[in-house]
Design a protein around this ligand. Structure first.
Ligand code: DON
Length: 578
């Protein structure tokens, strides 16, 4: 492809040689081989908290399969990671069973029945700041309890009490508050102070929980017990539902008993693609994650990255242009497939990717000159989140991303029930062209409609190599989720990095608008940044880390299959196996 040739010549230019290949150093991610993760043969869990990882390990050791363990991790994260783990939010689960079946569970929140398209606009048509982010009106109808239990029912092997048990214990007996959680609570004290039900748990007497203290959540333990006893009915009807609806009445929210009763998770066929022969299994709409990941990988296949040094200006240029084009499509073509005809087959087609990548030149294309691609030929076809990965001894794999949206969601705890409600309504396009919390744009495809699911970027993914699972991967990070997963894949597939090197390597991000390339500290040399500027790029160093990957890679060593885990050095999680 012409692009590949011109990029190659670019790569060979003396300027770019200055920023050359990190392979000359000890390793691409700067990590020495002796720090490789331990290997396990019988099962592995990688999640954002040690407590949740332990909950999953307990279920695996007790003979549960990867789905049983994933459900246990999900409930344990609702206790140990209140910023993102949840009962009051939603998420996506991608499953690949050892017999080759693959599926997904969509337990994304839905707009309440009383939601309206313009509910976050004032009478002049302007977006009212914060209304879709903080408080009762920000919440979509929660999906996590129903989704986790639906996956357990169909693909798990253990009874509810066994997989929810570890979370109930954790809530009742408590766990030690980590510095990260203590800092996050202190940061949000101002928002929490609006909600007595939140303060009572996280900052009694307005003093935020301190690192090292034991944090017990008896109300949450009782809610979990009701779910364990009665299944989804223990959340969507009876005592818990009454508490949610009472909270809505007190705080000006609109979720009703009927909304809760109507909530059903959807089992959906995964979106699948290939990258240089590996099969990619990922989350379909209402996530934009799977379609965009595959679209970007398809565009990347036109380039020979062996000739493009890692994090050189040429590399950054190709990746930023690919990201820009994909995110322009996200804004226009993606939304809840139950409400809007999403051209998934077109978005993930190799042919479409070729035509889209053909517009990449030797310099930055201003975002104003890129619009969403023409899908007419395809129209006939029908800062807080957390990711975790589980593999069991039989090779069943589960990749799950769950979220409340912002850290601690709407900041509103349901009084008496002990859990946060999400602020996922902000993921809808409140108004065409008005950016959401992550600067993402959208229009009709992602407009608010009662019962509709808001568009997501969450990208839980499983990759199959030579017919067997190779990588289970995902991350939080809002709009950067998709590009983070993309780079963790590319770093291994194209740059030969270990899983840890691939995760630790600084990341870059472009999302169409803002017309800027964001990068983590250390991603580029000064010379590379100068080159990017001369190519027309505006670059900005992020002050916060980009995502927190929790992944498992399965490798062959001496004819035996081993699991290696990675929990991002940017977080406080843990990967463990046995
Ligand atoms: O579903 C989405 O795309 C967003 N609600 C995810 C938010 C997120 O990842 C924030 N965490 N860092």
């Amino acid at each position: 492809m012409n692009n590949a040739r011109s990029i190659l010549s670019l790569a060979l230019s003396s300027l770019i040689a200055l920023s050359a290949c990190r392979k000359d150093q000890e390793s691409p991610g700067g990590i020495k081989d002796d720090s490789l993760p331990h290997r396990y043969a019988n099962g592995m869990v990688s999640s954002a908290t040690p407590e949740a990882t332990q909950a999953g390990m307990e279920v695996l050791r007790g003979g549960g399969n990867a789905v049983d363990a994933a459900v246990a991790v999900g409930f344990a994260l609702a206790v140990s990671l209140p910023q993102a783990g949840n009962l009051g939010g939603g998420g996506f689960m991608v499953i690949r069973m050892a017999d080759g079946r693959s599926t997904t569970f969509d337990f994304r929140e839905r707009a309440p029945g009383k939601a309206t398209r313009d509910m976050y606009l004032d009478s002049a048509g302007n977006v009212i700041p914060d209304l879709s982010l903080t408080g009762a009106l920000a919440a979509g109808v929660p999906g996590s309890p129903a989704g986790l239990l639906a996956a357990l029912d169909k693909y798990g092997t253990k009874p509810r009490r066994q997989v929810i048990g570890p979370a109930i214990r954790l809530a009742a007996e408590g766990f030690r508050v980590q510095p990260g959680l203590a800092a996050n609570i202190a940061e949000k004290l101002h928002d929490f102070s609006r909600f007595p039900s939140t303060l009572a748990i996280f900052a009694p007497d307005t003093i935020p929980l301190k690192a090292g203290t034991t944090f017990r959540q008896p109300a949450l333990a009782r809610t979990l017990q009701r779910i364990s006893d009665s299944g989804a009915a223990g959340f969507y009807s009876g005592t818990t539902a009454d508490m949610i609806v009472r909270q809505m009445e007190r705080s000006g929210g609109i979720i009703t008993h009927q909304d809760l009763l109507d909530y059903k998770p959807s089992e959906r066929r995964p979106v699948v693609g290939t990258y240089r022969g590996d099969s990619i299994i990922s989350m379909p709409p209402p996530s934009s994650g799977g379609p965009l990941l595959i679209q970007m990988l398809n565009m990347m296949e036109g380039y020979d990255f062996h000739t493009i040094p890692f994090h050189s200006a040429a590399h950054a240029h190709v990746m930023a242009e690919i990201m820009r084009r994909a995110y322009a499509d996200r804004a226009h073509h993606l939304g809840d497939p139950d409400f809007f005809s999403v051209p998934v087959a077109g978005l993930v087609s190799k042919e479409y990717a070729k035509s889209r990548a053909a517009t990449i030149t030797d310099s930055a294309t201003p975002s104003a000159r890129i619009s969403s691609g023409d899908m007419s030929a395809y129209m006939h076809e029908s800062p807080q989140t957390t990711h975790y990965s589980v593999v069991d001894k039989d090779g069943n794999c589960v990749s799950v991303t769950v979220t409340l949206n912002a850290s601690f969601g709407s900041k509103l705890v349901v009084d008496g029930a002990g859990f946060f409600l999400n602020d996922e309504m902000d993921d809808f396009a409140a108004k065409p062209g008005a950016p959401n919390l992550y600067g993402l744009l959208g229009d009709t495809a992602n407009a608010i409609v009662p019962g509709k699911r808001m568009l997501s970027s969450m990208t839980p993914t499983i990759i199959i190599r030579d017919g067997r699972p190779w990588l289970v991967v995902g991350t939080p990070g809002g709009s950067t989720i998709i590009t983070t997963v993309l780079q963790v894949i590319q770093n291994q597939a194209d740059y030969g990095m270990t899983l840890r090197e691939a995760g630790d390597a600084p990341r870059i991000h472009q999302q169409w608008y803002p017309d800027t390339v964001y990068y983590e500290k250390g991603a580029f040399t000064t010379a590379t940044l100068d080159t990017l500027k001369s190519l027309g790029y505006k670059t900005v160093e992020r002050d916060a880390p980009s995502g927190r990957v929790d992944a498992i890679r399965i490798i062959d060593v001496d004819g035996k299959r081993w699991m290696e885990g990675y929990s991002d050095s940017r977080g406080y999680g843990s990967a463990e196996g046995y």
